[in-house]
Design a protein around this ligand. Structure first.
Ligand code: FE
Length: 190
């Protein structure tokens, strides 16, 4: 978002109004920005993915109940009160959308990218997922079913990508560094 975009101007006006009314302080705003810029981001999700690749028991627990499984990480940012993790396999590719707005697992992925909020993505990924994924540069083999998961205020999804071949000797930290945000939304693979 550019500094002078209509959205930025509107956000600034809203912020001033809330501060004037005493509903918000400037330090609240700074703290929230620091939280999402520095402490919450896709690396949290990547750490979860890497652990699932290395630890079969954790993987099973994560697929069973995502919210409970990630509790020990103590991630901040919220929006994971009902986290459902869906695993890619040789037969299935998963992709996540919020058709209504932009619901997203903040604690794991930070704030959603602009395209995730775009009405075109939100409607087209449901109707023609294979074609939209092509536009992201991802060709899903015809033999692989594409499942589109529609997020809501109640349920947030995370895609567990397949572990890439040739990474057998990497530890969790090195593996986490390989996992891009897009792979956890399902518009990319590793
Ligand atoms: Fe939403």
């Amino acid at each position: 978002m550019s500094e002078h975009s209509p959205q930025a101007i509107r956000a600034e006006a809203l912020e001033s109004l809330l501060i004037d009314q005493g509903l918000l302080s400037e330090s609240d705003v700074d703290e929230t920005l620091t939280l999402f810029n520095d402490r919450v981001g896709p690396l949290n999700g990547a750490r979860v993915v890497a652990k699932a690749w290395c630890d079969p028991e954790f993987r099973a627990a994560l697929l069973e109940d995502g919210t409970a499984a990630i509790e020990p990480f103590d991630f901040q940012g919220g929006e994971v009160q009902k986290l459902v993790v869906v695993a890619n396999s040789a037969d299935v590719h998963n992709v996540v959308v919020c058709t209504l707005c932009s619901c997203y697992p903040w604690a794991l992925l930070g704030l959603p990218p602009a395209w995730y909020k775009d009405p075109a993505y939100r409607s087209r990924i449901v109707r023609e997922p294979r074609r939209v994924l092509e536009e992201f540069g991802l060709t899903v083999p015809e033999s692989r079913e594409i499942r589109v998961w529609d997020s809501s205020a109640e349920v947030r999804y995370l895609v567990l990508p397949e572990r890439p071949a040739g990474t057998g000797d990497l530890d969790e930290e090195a593996l986490a560094a390989l996992v891009p945000r897009e792979a956890m939304i399902g518009v990319a693979v590793l």
